[in-house]
Design a binder for this molecule. Structure first.
Ligand SMILES: CC(C)(COP(=O)(O)OP(=O)(O)OC[C@H]1O[C@@H](n2cnc3c(N)ncnc32)[C@H](O)[C@@H]1OP(=O)(O)O)[C@@H](O)C(=O)NCCC(=O)NCCS
Length: 419
């Protein structure tokens, strides 16, 4: 049972609070609570104190919360300003007293005032964030590929399409990666932007005590025209069966591709490396084409399928106008928001040349919680399913099917990143 404790001060931190805030963060995430000087220097370089909250009990930090400016790609490719939430912890001695609720209310109110369209996060546990209006909006999948079973030609000697694959180093990745990723994420609903620091951390320039660095292999795919269209980072283990039989696993850290040709070539490359008998895909879109690039798709077994990015709609009008729709039509939605940020009745008019969304007093056709609007926004959930679950109420018979025809997408959204 949550009990309010007004004597605990919830506020943005100052520079001076950073070491104590990091200690509380590490305690909440069950990492060693020592605070290394290098971690203070690193976190101080990107933390924005005004958007970093702490809860202080008798001056000691007992809860942490941080948000930062992010762009998320809406369905159709428009980047939308988002309030990305991270580093959420409450020290075990102070749990279930409403501290997360207070920090969340503080941050979402500021995001709304700033004009952010949505808030985003990746949830450590499913039950935490629905109460604050977040819905699971994308999923992620991991595959394990049994290479000898793929049916790929063991004589594969490179892409058949005239493209080529080269091993490159971290410096090359920092040169070619950001531009390729921009191209990829702008075409991928649910993807979020990467800053320069992401590339420094993921090429080993910036080494963090909390996640030891192993130098990976990097491979780039260039099309027949010489254009960079795909990049993969992977590691390989050293495993010999009976001392004579190479049985190595390649584990993908990340793989980005701007075209299906690039993607196919990189998966075939990974499955063709001598000694490699298993490929672990890393976090992929739930409808990734990986299995279907293999002559025998059953060689790729799903080992994880889980919710990933959660979305909280802060501005219904801009969120629904930013995206495109598969069809044309109209819908009146009653959005219920216990958080008091985005509730109201809205008429969505979707057409091929754009959508409009306006507050209305017309009769609602569907009533839904703002968390379910977040779940639907990127097109990955079906209104018909949510009606069956009793989460969405159909006020006009057939409205759920109309909504699905508008909102759902032919490819599923995906967020390649964790934050
Ligand atoms: C998750 C966490 C931040 C919650 O903080 P908290 O201060 O205990 O949360 P609150 O007291 O504000 O909880 C508000 C409500 O959510 C519920 N709740 C909070 N965390 C929950 C969880 N993990 N599972 C189920 N319900 C949870 C509370 O029971 C409370 O419900 P009530 O209002 O019906 O009583 C804290 O438990 C924690 O630090 N966990 C470990 C680190 C972690 O998982 N962080 C999240 C990273 S994404």
């Amino acid at each position: 049972m949550s009990r309010p404790e007004p004597h605990i001060d919830v506020r943005p931190i100052t520079e001076a609070d950073i070491p104590d805030w990091i200690r509380a963060l590490n305690t909440g995430f069950l990492r060693t609570p020592d605070v290394a000087e290098t971690e203070i220097a690193d976190r101080s370089s990107y933390i924005v104190p005004a958007r970093t909250l702490g809860a202080f009990d008798a001056g000691r930090c007992v809860a942490t919360f941080r948000s930062f400016a992010q762009e998320i790609t809406a369905v159709g490719g428009t980047p939308v300003p988002a309030d990305a939430i991270s580093n959420v912890t409450v020290t075990p001695t102070h749990r279930r007293r409403g501290l997360l609720t207070r920090m969340m209310a503080h941050d979402l109110a500021a995001a709304k005032d700033r004009g952010d369209v949505v808030a985003t996060l990746i949830a450590a546990e499913y039950p935490i964030y629905g109460r604050y209006g977040f819905g699971p909006a994308t999923s992620t999948a991991q595959w394990t590929v049994d290479v000898p079973r793929t049916g790929l030609d063991p004589r594969w000697a490179g892409p058949e399409d005239g493209g080529r694959i080269d091993i490159v180093d971290g410096a090359d990745v920092r040169k070619i990666g950001p531009e390729l990723f921009e191209r990829v994420r702008r075409a991928q609903p649910g993807a979020v932007d990467r800053d320069e620091r992401w590339w420094l951390v993921n090429t080993g320039v910036l080494r963090l005590d909390r996640s030891p660095w192993t130098e990976p292999f990097f491979a780039v795919y260039r099309s027949a025209g010489g254009e960079v269209e795909g990049l993969v980072s992977y590691t390989a283990d050293d495993h010999w069966g009976d001392g004579k039989q190479p049985l190595n696993t390649a584990s993908v850290n990340w793989l980005i591709a701007a075209t299906p040709d690039a993607e196919r070539a990189l998966w075939h490359y990974l499955c063709s490396i001598d000694w490699i008998t298993t490929v672990k895909s890393g976090w992929r879109a739930p409808d990734d084409l990986l299995p279907l690039y293999l002559p025998d798709p059953r060689a790729a077994r799903v080992t994880t399928l889980a919710d990933w990015l959660w979305v909280r709609i802060l501005d219904v009008v801009r969120a629904l106008e930013a995206r495109t729709y598969e069809g044309q039509g109209e819908l009146v939605l009653e959005v219920v928001d216990a958080g008091g940020l985005s509730g109201g009745r809205y008429r969505l008019q979707a057409a091929a040349d754009g959508a409009s969304c306006t507050p209305t007093t017309a009769a609602a056709e569907l009533t839904l919680d703002v968390a379910d609007l977040g779940r639907l926004w990127l097109g990955d959930e079906s209104v018909v399913r949510l009606v069956a679950l009793g989460r969405v109420r159909e006020e006009r018979a057939g409205a759920a099917r109309v909504a699905d025809a508008l909102l759902r997408t032919s490819r599923r959204p995906w967020c390649p990143d964790i934050f």
